[in-house]
Design a protein around this ligand. Structure first.
Ligand code: ZN
Ligand code: ZN
Length: 280
C-alpha cells in the first residue's frame, strides 16, 4: 500500500517515530509492541537520517545496515498483527543533502519523510539545529544568529520551499515547526503578516507538488521530564497550527496525522485532537 492509500483508507496509522537508532528513548521492538497495543494497522519507523556531519540526534551512515536488519526481523515477527514500514526522517540541508539524493534512493525505504531541523548561519556553511528546546534556541539565537529572528524564520521557509521543489519524498514533516521556537523568542510572531505569507507559500508549493502534509502531534503534551510548573503552564501545540491545518484541508492536500513519538507511552498523544480539527 502506498502512503496515500493508507492515510485515505484508515486512521489507524502512525508514520513518524524515533527509536534507538537516533534520539528515541526505546528500541524498535518496544515501539512495535506499543503500536499493536494501541490498535494501529500501519506503523512507520523514521529515524533521523544520516547527514554529512556529526549530530547527536541523527543516525550514522554506518548504522543503516543494522537498522534495516532489525526492521526486517520485526516485520517478520509482527506479520499478520501490524504492517511495519521502513523509512527515515530525512534532513534537507540545501543542495548538498536531502531526500532527492541518490544515497536515499539506494536504500529500500517504503516511503520518505522530509523535514528541516538545521539552517545555516548567515554568512557560512555551518548548520545549526534550530529544532530543539526553546531555552537552547534562545542561546543559539545570540550565539549564531546575532538575535536576527527574521533571518532564521525566512531561511527556514526558504529552505522549506527548496526542499519541496527538490522533491524525492512522500510526506513533509512539521512544516511550521520554527514557529514554536520563534514564538518563544518573539511572542506573537506567527500572527505577523510576513510570517503568514510564508505559510501560504508553503501550502501552495505542497499543493502544486502533490505531496502529503504531516500534522505532527509531538508537542501536544509537555516534554517528558518537564517541571510541574512547566506542565501547569504548557500550551499544547500541533504542527502546523489548527488554522493552517484547516487551510490544508480546504486546499485538498492529503494530511497524515503522526505522533513523532520518542517514547512508546506517547505513541498516540495528540492524534485525537488533530482529527477533531479535521472533522470540524
Ligand atoms: Zn523532525
Ligand atoms: Zn521526528
Amino acid at each position: 500500500m502506498t502512503v496515500k492509500e493508507i492515510i485515505s483508507s484508515t486512521r489507524s496509522y502512525n508514520l513518524h517515530s524515533h527509536t534507538q537508532f537516533c534520539d528515541g528513548r526505546a528500541d524498535m521492538a518496544r515501539f512495535a509492541d506499543a503500536a499493536v497495543k494501541a490498535g494501529y494497522k500501519h506503523y512507520g519507523f523514521t529515524p533521523h537520517s544520516p547527514i554529512p556531519f556529526h549530530s547527536p540526534c541523527n543516525m550514522e551512515q554506518s548504522q543503516v545496515e543494522e537498522y534495516i536488519a532489525e526492521f526486517n526481523r520485526l516485520k517478520d515477527e509482527y506479520r499478520g498483527r501490524i504492517n511495519l514500514y521502513l523509512s527515515m526522517e530525512i534532513d534537507y540541508l540545501g543542495e548538498a543533502w536531502g531526500a532527492s539524493h541518490d544515497y536515499f534512493s539506494s536504500l529500500p525505504l517504503d516511503y520518505k519523510l522530509s523535514s528541516i531541523h538545521f539552517i545555516p548561519v548567515a554568512d557560512g556553511e555551518t548548520m545549526i539545529d534550530v529544532d530543539g528546546r526553546p531555552e537552547n534556541f534562545l542561546d543559539k539565537m545570540s550565539k549564531y544568529f546575532d538575535n536576527d529572528i527574521r533571518y532564521v524564520v525566512d531561511k527556514f521557509y526558504e529552505r522549506t520551499l527548496e526542499m519541496i521543489e527538490a522533491g524525492g519524498f512522500d510526506i513533509i514533516g512539521h512544516f511550521d515547526k520554527i514557529g514554536f521556537n520563534a514564538s518563544h523568542f518573539k511572542p506573537g510572531i506567527e500572527l505577523e503578516r510576513w510570517y503568514q505569507k510564508h505559510l501560504d507559500n508553503v501550502i501552495d508549493a505542497i499543493a502544486a507538488k502533490g505531496i502529503i502534509a504531516e500534522v505532527n502531534t509531538k508537542a501536544w503534551e509537555a516534554p517528558v521530564g518537564a517541571a510541574p510548573s512547566q506542565i501547569a503552564t504548557y500550551a499544547p501545540r500541533l504542527f502546523p497550527s489548527p488554522d493552517t491545518i484547516r487551510k490544508l484541508v480546504s486546499a485538498g492536500i492529503p494530511v497524515a496525522i503522526n505522533s513523532d513519538a520518542h517514547y512508546p507511552e506517547r505513541i498516540s498523544a495528540g492524534r485525537e485532537a488533530a482529527f477533531q480539527i479535521i472533522d470540524s
